[in-house]
Design a protein around this ligand. Structure first.
Ligand code: NAX
Length: 335
């Protein structure tokens, strides 16, 4: 058997952590032949939750799970990490000012970025789930100067999967027949779920669902799906978020060509928030969602797609929000 891959999961005592770890331990990230060593990183208040989950992991007797270690120090938690899933964060609560939110997350993602820089494996891949995910990823990345920038990504796969699922539902089609959906920009309500290049069983999606729906109600529904889940379910997205994080890492490591085992359709590409190389006019360095394929373990932006005026305006608006967040964390001295 191959040597285990070390996966560090932060926020392991929380909801998404709980939904993710059993699937990670059962082989959902790297397939049925690859052993996994789990490291759970929590703050002291969350340790009991992580410990309890670890007891249940033992009780699952997963053949692929070689060890579970729980840490509260980032240096220890990221020691030897090949994959780091940064789920724990300080999400916005009622009445919280934006600057306070960014400062609180700077205090988490700055030290975690430094700990990854100094302790993780050379091939470390980082996915930030904790909100504001894109800007938290930027903070971590800027604090890890020795790690190639493109190893820091943020989760927009949940938005992507939502966009695919809702399109399939509207078109009365199978998820497997959907391709070419893109989420652009920030993981926030400014995101742009773009059907311009999407197809349903090979036919242009906008012809099937109509432009007024596909560029109107649909965009708002996808962008506000998190709030819809909270309203109906009485709690935030948990299992679908964990599922998307697993899809993201699975496709990153194994390639988007090997999409059969993941959700989000057998698309020729998926959506990933990556440090921009300037493609599509997105300022270099911003961690923004783009269409991407993973080839040989590396994300590659799908370049050369036509961007019409409608799409341009939506992309620019979301990217402007990311640039404003970057400027704010820069002003706070966090990057
Ligand atoms: P929970 O509050 O259930 O769990 C968060 C856990 O993180 C807690 O156990 C807490 O103790 C821990 N934590 C806090 N600071 C930490 C630190 N410095 N190091 C290690 N652990 C730390 O939240 P949950 O529902 O699991 O959501 C986690 C995050 O995912 C939130 O920020 C949430 O906003 C974000 N989401 C992001 C999504 C995305 O698509 N990018 C969608 C789902 C979700 O809303």
């Amino acid at each position: 058997r191959p040597a285990p891959i070390t996966v560090t999961l932060t926020g392991a005592g929380g909801q998404i952590g709980y939904a993710a770890m059993f699937r990670i331990a059962s082989g959902a990230l790297f397939g049925p032949d690859q052993p996994v060593a789990l490291r759970l990183l929590e703050i002291p208040q969350g340790v009991k939750g992580a410990e309890g989950a670890a007891l249940e992991l033992t009780d699952c007797a997963f053949p692929l799970l070689t060890s579970v270690d729980i840490a509260t120090a980032p240096e220890q938690g990221f020691d030897g990490a090949n994959v780091a899933l940064l789920v724990g964060s300080r999400p916005r609560t009622a009445g919280m000012e934006r600057a306070d939110l960014l400062a609180a997350n700077g205090a988490i993602f700055g030290p975690q970025g430094r700990a990854i820089n100094d302790n993780a494996a050379d091939d470390v891949r980082v996915l930030v789930v904790g909100n504001p995910a894109n800007t938290n990823a930027l903070i971590a990345q800027r604090n890890a100067p020795d790690v190639p920038a493109e190893r820091f990504t943020a989760l927009t796969r949940l938005d992507h999967n939502r966009a695919v699922g809702l399109l399939a539902e509207r078109a009365g089609a199978a998820v497997a027949d959907i391709a070419g959906v893109t989420i652009w920009g920030n993981h926030s309500t400014t995101q742009y779920p773009d059907l311009s290049h999407a197809t349903v069983a090979g036919r242009p999606a906008l012809e099937i669902v109509g432009e007024s729906w596909g560029r109107g109600e649909y965009v708002d529904r996808v962008a506000n799906r998190g709030a819809e889940i909270i309203e109906v379910r009485g709690g935030s997205s948990v299992a679908s978020a964990a599922n998307a994080a697993i899809d993201h890492v699975h496709d990153w490591v194994l390639g988007t060509g090997n999409a059969a085992a993941t959700s989000g359709a057998a698309a020729p590409w998926t959506s990933v928030s990556l440090p921009s190389t300037g493609a599509y006019g997105i300022p270099e360095g911003l961690i923004a969602s783009v269409p991407a394929r993973s080839i040989n373990g590396q994300w590659q932006v799908v370049e050369g797609l036509d961007v019409d005026d409608f799409s341009r305006a939506r992309i620019d608006a979301s990217v402007a929000e990311l640039a404003a967040e970057r400027d704010q964390v820069a002003a706070l001295g966090l990057i």
